[in-house]
Design a protein around this ligand. Sequence first.
Ligand code: NIG
Ligand code: FE
Length: 414
Amino acid sequence: MLFVNAAQTLTASGPARARRGHEMRDADVRSGVGVAVQGERIVMVDTDDALRRAFADATEVDCDRGLLAPGFVDSHTHTVFGAARYAEQELRATGVPYLEIARRGGGIHSSVRDLRSRTNDELFALAVPRLARLASGGVTTVEIKSGYGLTVADELRTLRVIRDLATSQPLDIVATCLGAHEVPLEFRDRDGGRQEWLALLAEELFPQVAAESLAQFADIFCEPGVFTVDEARVLLQHGQRLGLRAKLHADELHDGGAAGLAAELGAISADHLAAISPEGIAALAASETVATVLPATMLFLGTGRQAPARQLIEAGAAVALATDFNPGTSPLTAFPLVMTLAVSELRLSASEAWIASTVNGAAALGLAGVTGQLSPGFRADLAIHAVEDFRALPYWFGERLCVGSWSRGRACHP
Ligand code: NIG
Ligand code: FE
């Protein structure tokens, strides 16, 4: 299969690892260049003429003078949930903070009550069109976290739903166990309950997740008022010993030193970071941990604040972008809007936003050598956008410009 007749081809090609600091400046945008795919892989990136000479009988996909680019790697979502949470958006507008809603038993807890009442089939059926919407915006790889079950059994069945989605849906799906999303209400409201819940996660949930290979990563909401840095350290180290690599919801609303912990643990990513301290920035910059920023969340929460992505890049960190798609803080499946926020609010260049959404998203899932680039040997994960300039995607915001996406050479959209 040959992808030809692109106005621009953004290859994002470079080393098979996260790109940090000034390495994010060049997304390698070429003209007159197409891509040859055989099976699941990209085999050649060259001029249209050279591709046609090398693969005379191949079928052609006409990019129609659009932009050919790697599929977005959405490295942070909570796609498996039940209902929307409309009331909370209005409640926050009247001045009730996000964490206060959770303290009153709403927020994450309300999605937990909801998920527990649904069957696996229902959860699966709700997730399918959401994944299709992600794909329709150009996403070809998506991470999905558990975390709305908050019993051992409900976390396991969430992860099994994610596994069933992974084997049946065209996008590539990566699973993360977020059993430490909150202290469930039935544990929170009694003495010693939070220790019991943490022990259940470590001694029952994590070993089963590892034994059944239901997730590659273990995540925790490490935030003052939720889980402390000390609790996160113990739990994530336990997960690491079982082969679950660490991820953190880190310093989202208040600085609690979670970014420093992510660096200390060698976590694959530290996510959110809107309240990160200067020490946290320095720690991430000196580490291999990808700094994943989620600007749609801060927009939707109405905090008037954003993660200091520019400072993170200047300090030499590898920054990734993701949607954080979830019913509480980011009901967003349109990945290109994240790119708009990255340029207009986080002050990244368009090239930096592209690298953050492709190469560095892949690195945040341990896939830097696998996807996120249009380079020979990489997975054939790509998208065509109806724009003739790579800067047009963050620019024409709110438009639906992706006209096709492919994961492993198979169509995800339309
Ligand atoms: O990434 N902050 C914690 N977790 C999610 C929100 C979950 C929810 O409110 O349902 C987040 O923002
Ligand atoms: Fe999240």
